[in-house]
Design a protein around this ligand. Structure first.
Ligand code: PMV
Length: 363
């Protein structure tokens, strides 16, 4: 695997201050990533829809260090929604430590990172995905400003995804859209364990502008972090079968997306969600992230689909919230169904209406 390509060669010395702001989205996996080896190498390939309304906006202000400042230590302040956030710092410090070989310029600046999310932190919506991808894009903007030769947009996106992955695996899929594959897979051209790539084939029109209503069953902090969950896939009795199943499902979903086979999509996506949670139920120690209302919503979706012939389906992240996925032409009816029958299972009746999007935007 060629990580050398991401080590910058000629960088200008600059005494200028820089400031960059990026808005980057969350994503929802259709084939799930669960299990990895160091450093953030996935055990199977995954694919996600990039979202748009669930996003992070991050600004990084870069001020060159003085000669008296240590050039060996990373220096940064972190503000989240306007407040200093000391408890988020260790995760970001670890991230900078992992990427400094690829972004040596981070050692030469004092950085102030200011971030805000459009959704609640640790709600099961992948806040680390949008958060890490936003930082990665800000770093790439700085690298572009410091690089004498031209940097191609494809390289910028690829390296941003590579950096974001080192912060949080699923963040590698939050740079571009509308569908991104991460993890080497024989049937996806150019796919890599190092970074996400846009799904390279023409997608059938039924999957254009796909809708995702995120039903917020539980907005509290998760009891088990995804880091712990990934770790529990080591020595898991079903690990090998699961990695094999996920790679096979990626082969299948690639065809489904191209042919517009929505019934097979429903079957595969729901099976993936339940397989992910089955891994949690059968880990040692075992754990359950679904809540009673998660199951109420799943059952209501199945009932509604049987009664109406709707193509709505559900998927789950590593949390209790339910993502209800449906084609755009069903929006009006499905939103009525959510309001009438699902919102009462959400905390404070809250849900987020999202739609598939195209990825990071510079502000
Ligand atoms: O990126 P992480 O380490 O938070 O893992 C995310 C794992 C899932 O969201 C459950 C699945 C996925 O592929 O996004």
């Amino acid at each position: 695997m060629n990580t050398q390509q991401f080590i910058p060669k000629i960088l200008q010395k600059s005494t200028d201050n820089f400031s960059f702001t990026w808005k980057t989205p969350s994503n929802i996996a259709l084939v799930k990533y669960w299990g990895k080896t160091d450093p953030q190498i996935p055990k199977n390939a995954s694919i996600s829809f990039t979202l748009s309304n669930s996003h992070t906006i991050t600004t990084i202000d870069f001020t060159p260090k003085n000669d008296s400042d240590s050039q060996e230590e990373i220096s940064f302040e972190l503000f989240f929604e306007g407040k200093k956030k000391e408890d988020f710092k260790p995760k970001i410090a670890k991230f900078f430590d992992r990427i400094k070989a690829y972004c040596p310029y981070v050692l030469t600046y004092n950085m102030v990172i200011s971030s805000e999310n459009s959704f609640p932190h640790s709600s099961g919506i992948a806040s680390s995905a949008s958060g890490m991808s936003a930082i990665a894009m800000c770093l790439m903007s700085l690298e572009k400003s410091l690089t004498e030769t031209e940097m191609k947009p494809d390289f910028i996106n690829q390296k941003a995804s590579f950096l974001a992955r080192l912060g949080s695996g699923s963040a590698s899929r939050s740079i571009e859209g509308p569908l991104v594959v991460w993890g080497t897979h024989p049937e996806i051209e150019e796919s890599s364990d190092l970074f996400g790539v846009p799904f390279p084939y023409q997608v059938h029109e039924v999957f254009q502008n796909y809708q995702d209503a995120i039903l917020l069953v539980d907005k509290g902090e998760k009891q088990v972090s995804s880091t712990v969950g990934h770790d529990l896939m080591h020595n898991h009795p079903f690990a090998d079968q699961r990695f094999h199943q996920a790679n096979e499902n990626l082969t299948k979903i690639s065809k489904i997306l191209q042919h517009g086979d929505i019934d097979s999509f429903i079957n595969l996506v729901e099976s993936e969600a339940l397989s992910l949670h089955a891994m949690m139920l059968t880990s040692n120690p075992y754990f359950i992230l679904m809540k009673p209302n998660t199951l109420e919503i799943i059952n209501a979706i199945w009932r509604y689909r049987n009664e109406t012939g709707s193509k709505i389906c559900f998927t789950l992240d590593a949390g209790a919230n339910v993502h209800a996925l449906y084609p755009q032409n069903e929006s009006e009816k499905v939103l009525q169904f959510i309001e009438d029958e699902l919102s009462s299972f959400c905390q404070k009746n809250q849900y987020i209406c999202d739609v598939v999007g195209l990825g990071a935007v510079k502000l």
